[in-house]
Unconditional design. Structure first.
Lengths: 281, 481
């Protein structure tokens, strides 16, 4: 048996249908992080790398896309690191509808051990809209600089952590060199699957009561069929049942500018998510 | 100047002898002083919750004391009053393994399993001490993640994960003709198809049991807004969907289930929750246990049952406490155990501990190791269990801990790399860390949080970004718990 390999997986991510890039499919190579799903290419420099991959997506749609740090352990002390993460706005537990609301929510939940240096504010970098939020811990001597942008109903978060402001500034400035994302992505619409749009549906039969939420992101083609299914977190038996059922669903095609368009939306199976207490307030 | 020279001369020999003392942060080791930080506690007599100690409600202290006694009982196979051991077992008492720093705790410094054959608990003619059981290593249970194929190789399509009893009762004078072989641990080691677990400490376990799900869910929602790459999920009980919270993977819903399962799996004692003798997973696939290894205690099943006839006792409460089955009293004992009391001074002094706590939170450790959860639900058992703040340093969620810690054992909703955020209260007096006790040094335990697929990599990197002095403060804080 190989050592250090995760062979027995619990609820995990998977996909079915037409193979298209997944949010978690990005990769680090040659000093760059590239992600076809988000249309991102972030060049951070060849002397930095990813030593450890992140965990699978969470059941609330949180992704650790990349963890970038100096190339060697010896270099790493004090130089900081970069976390590229994403929060799916379909499944988030936060009562947020966009990047600004999400970052405000982060600020509201910031512990007393941190001091805000720069409250959440909109900035424009590399022809993209970002929300920037900076804070620090005096005790730890660490600063956090967050740049968040919204792509395909996700908030993509670049978090720069470190104590060396010069290095951090260089890494942040590198964001400015990101090329524009290519177009052509499906239109993303929260809760698109509803009584108005679904014309045929077959509910999946989930055999075992596992009580876990199963967030599913689907792409509906221009003829109203489910062409791609992304299970953010599902046991294999759950994924199979849901995929079998979704293959029978039909939607009214979305018309944009007089033409049918592909739609990306989210569905929650299994245990319904608990309403956010913040939202209730 | 003279003072400076004198100070340098004073420190010089120390630096020569302990160069890391001057250069590096070090785990201060097991904190000396009162057991569990509790004045009056001893290794054999851990303290109960305050209201239990004051016998509120009347009689509860008798139940605690009775449970403590049963927790320490050494079981035989068929002789005497305390019987039912085996046919397979890991040890013959609860307190043998749950021993550090007191009864109810975790693995002690001297491993009692190492003495199982020399002390006649298992026969040396039919048992061999597994090589991974060492004199000063952790007390262990072993599991094989996969069944083997006909070639003897682990079969990845056949997950196992059940506990493989280390010893058999075969050859003991009180075990009749039962003749069982130990699992083939050597082969499992050769094929890398074996993982280990150490005992989880149970101090304060009743408070954990009494946290309402809504409290845990609210904490989860608050922690979702983190910039540390941390997700998390709850392991839910398959029967009713509520949050399970005991065991390394939060696979057990209640202390009663925890006790009942351990009694059967670790000691081979059937009880009112697990009424059948447990074969090994591979035996279960075949014909089960042979007939001559069943009902060895000779009184039918379950071997541990409610005591319907107890001797009358002028002390009514003491008499009442004799009625329940062992598992009920074992669970009650754990439920009523007081949580450890952290030190405000040692090690390193109050300023270092205070700094360490601030750093612990700042770098993100507290995202999963939630310092305090408020509050427990009202208690119908004893006052101290209700409306209490649980300072366990855990969110009781399961988190992906990556390939470095993965044991490829699935339990409930937890996959092979998911583990409950281990409660850190009492850490100051623990010897072995992580689910398999691989670390005896906190720095090694912290470093193990970083690997491919781990939710804790960012936090570990933040910890590594701290200066040595700051890291020392964190270590001092952890050892103050």
């Amino acid at each position: 048996m190989p050592a250090g390999v995760i062979l027995v997986k619990g609820a995990w991510s998977s996909s079915a249908g037409t193979a298209i890039p997944l949010p978690e499919d990005g990769a680090v190579a040659n000093g760059k992080y590239g992600n076809a799903y988000f249309g991102l290419e972030y060049a951070f420099g060849s002397d930095w790398t990813q030593r450890y991959e992140g965990p699978p997506p969470s059941e609330s749609g949180y992704y650790v896309l990349a963890q970038i740090e100096p190339g060697t352990e010896a270099q790493s002390l004090g130089q900081g690191h970069v976390l590229i993460a994403a929060q799916d706005l379909f499944f988030t537990r936060n009562p947020a509808h966009d990047a600004l609301e999400l970052i405000h929510h982060y600020q509201e939940h910031l512990g007393v051990e941190y001091r805000v240096q720069r409250p959440p504010s909109k900035v424009r970098v590399a022809n993209r809209d970002f929300v920037r939020f900076d804070y620090l811990s005096r005790a730890a001597g660490l600063q956090w600089h967050v740049l968040a942008t919204q792509i395909r109903c996700h908030v993509v978060l670049f978090t720069f952590t470190g104590s060396d402001t010069q290095i951090t500034r260089r890494l942040i400035d590198s964001i400015g060199t990101m090329p524009q994302a290519p177009g052509g992505a499906p239109v993303c619409i929260k809760d698109y699957a509803n009584a108005e749009t679904v014309t045929e549906r077959e509910d999946p039969v989930l055999a075992a009561p596992r009580f876990n939420p199963v967030p599913v992101r689907i792409v509906i083609d221009t003829e109203g069929r489910v062409k791609h299914i992304h299970f953010l977190s599902a046991f294999p038996d759950q994924a199979k049942s849901i995929a079998d059922a979704l293959s029978q669903w039909r939607f009214k095609p979305l018309i944009v500018g007089g033409h049918p368009a592909e739609v990306e939306t989210g569905l929650m199976f299994g245990r319904p998510p608990r309403p956010s207490t913040s939202a209730l307030h | 100047m003279k003072k400076l020279v004198a100070l340098a001369l004073l420190l010089f020999p120390a630096v020569l002898v302990f160069p890391r003392l001057a250069l590096s942060q070090t785990d201060p080791g097991v904190r000396p002083g009162p057991v569990n930080g509790q004045i009056g506690a001893t290794q054999g007599n851990p303290l109960p919750l305050a209201s239990v100690n004051s016998n509120n409600p009347a009689g509860v202290l008798d139940f605690f004391d009775n449970g403590l006694g049963r927790f320490q009982e050494e079981e035989s196979v068929s002789g005497g009053a305390d019987k039912g051991l085996g046919p397979r077992f890991n040890f013959n008492s609860c307190s043998g393994c749950h021993a550090q720093p007191a009864v109810g705790g975790s693995s002690p410094a001297d491993n009692p399993q190492f003495q199982v054959i020399t002390q006649g608990i298992a026969s040396g003619s039919t048992n061999r001490l597994p090589s991974f059981i060492t004199a000063h290593g952790p007390t262990l249970e072993a599991r094989f993640p996969f069944f083997t194929s006909s070639s003897g190789a682990p079969n990845r399509n056949a997950p196992n994960g059940g506990v493989e009893g280390l010893f058999t009762v075969s050859g003991r004078p009180d075990a009749g003709s039962c003749n069982l072989q130990q699992p083939d641990f050597r082969h499992a080691q050769q094929t890398n198809n074996i993982i280990f677990r150490i005992p989880t400490p149970t101090f304060g376990a009743g408070l954990i049991e009494f946290i309402d799900d809504s409290t845990l869910l609210a904490n989860q929602e608050a922690q979702t807004a983190n910039n540390f790459g941390v997700g998390g999920a709850f392991n839910r009980n398959g029967n009713d969907g509520t949050i399970a919270r005991f065991g390394w993977k939060a696979q057990n819903k209640s202390l009663l289930i925890f006790a009942g399962e351990a009694y059967n799996v670790e000691m081979g004692i059937t009880n009112e929750l697990f009424a059948q003798e447990r074969p090994l997973p591979e035996e279960e696939q075949g014909s089960g246990l042979p007939a001559n290894c069943l009902n060895l205690a000779g009184r039918g099943y379950p071997e541990d049952a409610t005591n319907f006839n107890v001797a009358s006792n002028p002390d009514q409460a003491a008499q009442n406490a004799q009625v329940p089955a062992d598992v009920v009293l074992l669970a009650e004992f754990m439920r009523l155990l007081a949580p450890p009391v952290p030190s405000t001074l040692a090690p390193g002094g109050s300023q270092s501990i205070s700094n360490g706590f601030a750093l612990f939170k700042a770098v993100g450790c507290a995202t999963c190791h939630t310092p305090a959860v408020k509050s427990t639900q009202p208690s119908n058992i004893t006052a101290s269990l209700g409306n209490a703040t649980v300072r366990a340093f855990s969110d009781f969620e399961i988190h992906h801990m990556g390939s470095g810690l993965a044991d490829n054992v699935s339990q409930g909703g937890a996959g092979g790399d998911q583990f409950r955020s281990a409660p850190l209260w009492g850490l100051g007096q623990r010897i072995f860390f992580l689910h398999d006790g691989r670390a005896t040094n906190l720095l090694a335990a912290i470093a193990a949080h970083r690997s491919n697929g781990s939710e804790a990599t960012q936090v570990e990197e933040n910890f590594s970004s701290l200066s040595r002095g700051q890291q020392q403060d964190v270590l001092n804080f952890l050892r103050s718990l």
